[in-house]
Design a protein around this ligand. Structure first.
Ligand code: 5GP
Length: 193
């Protein structure tokens, strides 16, 4: 997605350790116009897949996921990283190791929101080693739901996430694909959409 690539070139900052900071438009301050276009692009790509739910993980996945869900006219569910006192129902849970925070957390979704008739589109802001997406796929599978694909805003293609997901038989669609963050420079490769 050209507009996203241009915005990363303009406003993205490379931190050490292969991390891209996009806090002025994705992960802290959010650009609603860009997010709406990102959501619309995911909806367009998955329009024939019969999606019934869009699933993401708090916090930065919520904005693109919500716009995709709006376009597809289906609910958006975000997995929670901390158990809320109000989550008193049966939960689907899995463990996720966070690439940026370097801690393992338990993510959960109330069982009542996913069932074996659902066709799910998973969305997240970044794909690095694939742990967040894998955790979300596990939650969907626990509910017997079918994962139709994973939509990623920014994929770091020099990490193993895409391979991990494709080995699980999952279709991955990334709107920006980063080949390298070496020497403080963002090098792109061709995106999926
Ligand atoms: P994974 O689970 O694929 O290893 O990492 C994906 C998660 O880690 C995303 O949900 C995102 O929050 C975070 N993440 C991974 N790499 C980066 C990065 O380079 N920049 C930012 N801002 N977040 C990242």
């Amino acid at each position: 997605m050209e507009e996203l690539v241009s915005r990363i070139q303009k406003d993205g900052n490379v931190l050490g350790e292969g991390v891209l900071k996009v806090d002025s438009f994705v992960t802290h301050q959010v650009d609603p116009e860009l997010m709406e276009k990102i959501g619309a692009r995911f909806a367009e790509v998955f329009t024939e897949s019969g999606i019934t739910k869009v699933v993401t993980i708090e916090a930065s996945g919520i904005a693109p996921a919500l716009y995709a869900a709006k376009q597809l006219d289906v609910p958006m569910i975000f997995a929670r990283k901390a158990k809320s006192l109000t989550m008193d129902e049966e939960l689907l849970t899995s463990s996720v190791y966070s690439f940026t925070k370097q801690v393992t957390s338990t993510i959960s979704i109330s069982r009542k929101f996913l069932n074996n008739e659902d066709k799910v589109l998973i969305i997240d802001d970044f794909l690095a080693n694939g742990q967040a997406a894998k955790g979300l796929i596990e939650l969907c599978r626990q509910a017997g739901a079918q994962v139709e694909g994973v939509g990623i805003v920014i994929e770091k293609s020099f990490q193993d996430g895409r391979q991990l997901l494709e080995d699980m038989g999952i279709r991955v669609v990334s709107l920006a694909r980063i080949a390298s963050l070496a020497d403080g420079e963002v090098a792109f490769r061709e995106a999926d959409a």
